[in-house]
Design a protein around this ligand. Structure first.
Ligand code: SAH
Length: 349
């Protein structure tokens, strides 16, 4: 390991300022096993100092595969004529929560495409009913870009958290992943609005998305440091066969793990999921994620019959398992590496 890298790693963990150039240097040394292990060891220690051996779970409910957007990477983009579209009813969503609550979930994440059916009125009705039935649970939304007024109303209806990955913090790179009507500027506006309104906010990005450079990734890390979100979701890009990015390679396990460690070191208390995408590119991806500093997993609570249709990328995990089976499987996996799944809400502290 270069002494310069060792010195930067040391500073990362002590709340030290690191420059863009220094982050780029670390990322360029992705091939250095000793560097990766040093980052991993420090990141795991940092996560353990804050969270012990506890892993929080969030129950993911994929409420709609209908989307008005056309992101080039995403399998449910509107131009994908082969995508099967579904939308859960209010009753189906509430049934997922009921099932999840019985299984021990105390956070529900409602995620979906930007589906015009879910107006503020419809969505606030659903959120307030979940809030009424489960006063002890956190409600997280991950439904894309909405107006500030919409975010305000949803918060008032009982939502607490919002996940909106920034996807990439570089404007030119953003424009290569999205059609012109979607801009990084607006995405960021949404994130700042969410944080200001008082949501526990999650940003994040894909690793190894087409045209991404290490400079882009350094900018992602700096953006996280600037925004200071309570959560950060990262996972490898994985091609979907019915998108313009079908022929691009998936992001690498190694780079995703390195970034998890760096994010943990730069943001010791941040809620950092070992994502389904990470579990999809490697058989023990999520376990490795935890060993590199992640502290959250998000098992799927969506109804079985629709799992396969929320197809953001190819070969997504757990499309055939009951929620109970997903949680049993994950608990077992976490146990093998000395971690324990806990059911408390796991608010950012
Ligand atoms: N419509 C919502 C939810 C999007 S799905 C929104 O815009 O926020 C959640 C995340 O899945 C996205 O933010 C994106 O980072 C990720 N995703 C989409 N397509 C992907 C792909 N092909 N590979 C890996 N991750 C993908």
């Amino acid at each position: 390991m270069l002494t310069r890298c060792a010195e930067i790693v040391g500073r990362l963990g002590q709340n030290g300022e690191v420059s863009r150039e220094e982050l780029v240097l670390l990322l360029e040394n992705i091939g250095d096993d000793a560097l990766l292990e040093e980052l991993r060891k420090n990141a795991q220690q940092t996560a353990q100092a804050v969270f012990g051996n506890k892993i929080y779970i969030r129950g993911l409910i994929e409420i709609s595969s209908v989307c008005k957007n056309d992101c080039y990477y995403c399998g449910i983009r509107r131009s994908n004529k082969n995508a099967v579209r579904y939308r859960l009813s209010r009753e189906q969503i509430l049934a997922c929560c009921e099932n999840g609550y019985a299984l021990g979930f105390r956070t529900f994440v409602l995620q979906g495409g930007e589906d015009g059916y879910f107006t503020d009125e419809v969505l606030c009705g659903i959120v307030s009913e979940i809030r009424f039935r489960y006063p002890d649970c956190a409600i997280t939304l991950s439904l894309g870009e909405r107006s500030r007024e919409s975010y305000r109303r949803l918060l008032e209806a009982g939502a607490n958290r919002y996940l909106l990955r920034h996807e990439t913090a570089d404007e030119r790179h953003y424009a290569r992943l999205h059609p012109p009507e979607l801009t990084l500027e607006h995405r960021k506006e949404c994130l700042y609005a969410l944080r200001e309104l008082g949501y526990q906010t999650g940003a994040g990005f894909m690793v190894g998305s087409p045209y991404q450079t290490v400079g882009n990734l350094a900018d992602d890390l700096l953006f996280i440091r600037e925004l200071q979100p309570q959560m950060c979701g990262i996972g490898p890009f994985i091609p979907h066969h019915d998108t313009p990015f079908r022929d691009f390679a998936a992001g690498s396990l190694r780079m995703t793990l390195m970034l998890l460690s760096i994010i943990r070191l730069m943001n010791p208390r941040i809620l950092l999921p070992a994502t389904t995408a990470l579990g999809t590119i490697a058989p023990k991806g999520r376990e490795l994620g935890v060993l590199h500093g992640a502290n959250v997993v998000m098992p799927n609570l969506s109804p079985m019959e629709h799992r396969k249709d929320y197809s953001l990328y190819d070969n997504k995990l757990c499309t055939g398992d009951e929620a109970a089976e997903c949680i049993r499987c994950l608990s077992g996996r976490m146990k093998t590496i000395g971690y324990e799944i806990v059911t408390d809400r796991g608010d950012y502290k």
